[in-house]
Design a protein around this ligand. Structure first.
Ligand code: PLP
Length: 674
């Protein structure tokens, strides 16, 4: 695969080469303890002092205090602790400090979490109040005006990490001044460093945390500005380093690296200027619009940092989009980095009042001032590939993009799943146990592929068959199970679907071929059993007939009568292969088959999956059951399942092993690590 293009700069950035050099130099030459009096210590001290002077100059920190620490989360803790300790003291002396801890509704979670934590620990019992933002993500200043008289502390970020929206800090300051608010003011400046002019000492900002790793310095180094006169209580005490504001032997290598970045900022010709960054954003936005014509951008460009684009695409989840971008070799994120591991909608976009689908499916592209024109141009080419892959490699298509899909397809939604049986040669298909929420997508997808739906079948009479039948304009069925014809057999290309009554109120559907004497058990490849007990059908089935149930909560995909009897289904050779074991197996077994279980569009966006000189077969998990029947009847060649992270491929390998296929493997850690 091509080398990945990193467009997730708001999560963290790569490290500036000069910063790497500075860190290495510091470790080689300035390894002394800055508190030591000998020459090694003095050299380290000089490094710290020089870096601090530069930071003070760049941030306009004036006579304020500026300490180095581990990053913004620590800076936020220190600031909140300091403000709350001072508030507690003032209240103990009888002062009316107000009742509210006000924070912008779009703050990074570190802010409200710290407020709640220290408020509880210090027993202040102030009320946390979220300051709303408008549809453009800007703080609601009239709401702040109403809250300010009761505010003890106000926390507002300079620029938002998910949307890039730049706050109106001057407007906030005006409201605080006009309302004669006594509140302390914390401004999270993490995303502003190097991107916005800050003149801290000219403002009433009391606390401003910064983080090195958002601007080309390494992780674990940050800064906190504290206004001259603002209260301060150390979070960490001990040896009295950093003028006793933050104890612990200083991270001189980190400070040296951060200083190199600040020097680059000061120099002005290393990092790209605003004009170029705006042009890059326009180029990316044009590429996105061309690839996804229905795209909506979630933040107005005029109010955002040029390095952040946040968007949603109707009909595409953030998971589908991040997967396809990843497959094309473009690293982006769903919302913020912290929340992208969880499937929760973005609290930032929710606070802006965007519709749920937009906040749940948002994607963030963020780059930095070191990104060059070639990278942006290549990113645009890959974005175009993502658009094509998503429009042609849909759920119902075959590996070749527009070609019609064939065989058994599973459509899962939570615990429930539906099944689709497609016959590409006759362009006919049957849907079993459809879920109403999939109706539009199934109807549109099958229509796009030119499929005629012969029947929409249910295994129980309670199934909602009408939503899909209506979407497909099907004639009324003969009964509550959707059966369309006389008799119990339906022809589907070269195969047949035979329905079997299971008790008085259930049907199962057997898929296979029939001879004059009927459908022999060995000829039944798949049995769609709904929630029936398959043992009822034992006489009609082969031990390896694949049982396709209406529930798939644990994602076994399919089962078989044999699998139900296997004592230790996962015995045999270890299932997980690392890169070395993969190479060894491929050398030993030239017949081994690589199977990429990512979605079709991911496979297509990556222009096919090549590992160890072999091209993988594309079998998305939804089509696994359709392929398993053939593999079980084949020669037993090793099957090596791969996907992006190793999670989906492990499920596929488990499924095969459970069915008694001993030579099923998964590539541990996924393609990302090879
Ligand atoms: N504040 C904002 C706006 C951020 O984007 C981040 C990082 O995601 C943080 C705070 C936390 O910074 P750090 O990773 O340095 O603790």
């Amino acid at each position: 695969m091509n080398h990945a293009i990193y467009l997730d700069g708001n999560a963290t950035s790569p490290v500036l080469p000069a910063a790497i050099d500075a860190a290495v130099r510091a470790m080689r030459e300035c390894y002394g303890n800055p508190s030591s009096g000998h020459s090694a210590g003095l050299r380290a001290r000089a490094l710290l002092d020089g870096a601090r002077r530069r930071a003070v100059r760049l941030l306009g920190a004036g006579s304020g205090r500026l300490m180095f620490n581990s990053g913004a989360t620590e800076g936020i803790q220190s600031a909140v602790l300091s403000a709350l300790c001072a508030l507690r003291e003032r209240r103990a002396q009888g002062e009316d400090i107000g009742t509210l801890l006000v924070y912008g509704a779009t703050e990074h979670k570190a802010v409200p979490e710290s407020l709640a934590h220290w408020n509880r620990l210090l027993g202040l019992h102030l009320r946390l109040a979220a300051l709303p933002v408008d549809g453009d993500g800007l703080h609601d200043l009239p709401a702040l005006r109403a809250l300010a008289p009761q505010a003890a502390l106000v926390c507002t970020m300079a620029a938002n990490n998910e949307t890039g929206i730049v706050s109106d800090l001057a407007g906030i300051e005006r409201v605080l001044n006009e309302t004669r608010s006594q509140a302390y003011w914390l401004v999270d400046c993490v995303q502003a460093l190097g991107k916005m002019k800050l003149d801290l000492a000219r403002t009433r900002i009391d606390y401003a945390p910064f983080s090195g790793h958002k601007l080309y310095a390494p992780k674990g180094i940050g800064m906190l500005y504290v206004r001259d006169g603002a209260p301060y209580t150390p979070l960490i005490v001990g040896g009295g380093q950093e003028a006793a504001l933050r104890s612990g032997t200083e991270n001189t290598a980190g400070v040296a690296a951060l200083d190199a970045v600040l020097a680059a900022l000061e120099q002005g010709d290393v990092l790209r200027g605003d004009e170029e960054l705006h042009a890059f954003r326009a180029q990316l936005a044009d590429a996105l619009r061309a690839a996804f014509p229905a795209i909506v951008f979630n933040a107005p460009f005029a109010q955002s940092l040029p390095t952040t684009l946040n968007f949603s695409v109707p009909g595409l989840s953030s998971r589908e989009l991040t997967d396809v971008f990843d497959a094309a070799g473009v690293s982006v994120s769903a919302g913020s980095a912290c929340s992208s591991a969880k499937a929760a909608p973005s609290h930032v976009l929710e606070a802006m009042g965007l519709p749920q689908w937009r906040s749940a499916s948002a994607i963030r592209i963020s780059f930095g001032a070191l990104t060059d024109a070639d990278t942006i141009a290549e990113a645009c080419r890959r974005i175009a590939r993502c658009g094509t892959a998503l429009s042609t490699g849909g759920l119902f298509a075959a590996g070749g993009g527009q070609a019609p899909g064939d065989g058994v397809l599973q459509l899962g939604s939570g615990a429930q799943c539906s099944w689709l049986v497609q016959d590409a040669a006759s362009r006919a298909c049957v849907v079993i146990d459809p879920q109403p929420e999939f109706a539009e997508r199934i109807a549109a997808g099958l229509h796009g592929q030119g499929y005629q739906v012969l029947a929409v079948l249910g295994t129980t009479p309670g199934a909602d068959l009408t939503t899909l039948s209506r979407a497909l304009n099907l004639p009324p069925a003969l009964d509550a199970f959707g059966w369309p014809a006389d008799g119990d057999v339906l022809a589907l290309g070269g195969q047949l679907i035979r329905r079997i009554a299971c008790g008085t109120d259930r049907f199962s559907y057997l898929l296979g071929t029939e001879t004059d004497s009927g459908m022999a058990p060995a000829a039944v490849r798949h049995a769609f059993i709904g929630d029936a007990d398959p043992r009822q059908l034992a006489a009609l089935l082969d031990p390896d007939t694949l049982l396709c149930a209406a529930r798939d909560a644990q994602q076994p995909f399919c089962s078989s009568l044999r699998a139900g009897q296997l004592a230790a289904p996962e015995s045999g050779a270890p299932m997980q292969l690392d890169a070395g074991a993969l190479q060894a197996l491929l050398l030993r077994r030239p017949d081994a088959v690589l199977v990429d279980v990512r979605e079709r569009h991911e496979y297509a966006a990556g222009a096919g999956t090549q590992l160890a000189g072999r091209t993988a077969l594309s079998v998305p998990l939804a089509r696994l059951t359709g392929h398993v029947a053939g593999w079980l009847r084949g020669a037993g060649a090793p099957l090596i399942f791969v996907c992006r992270s190793g999670a989906r491929s492990a499920k596929a390998a488990h499924c095969l092993r459970r069915l008694g296929y001993q030579h099923a493997y998964t590539l541990e850690g996924g393609i990302a690590l090879v």
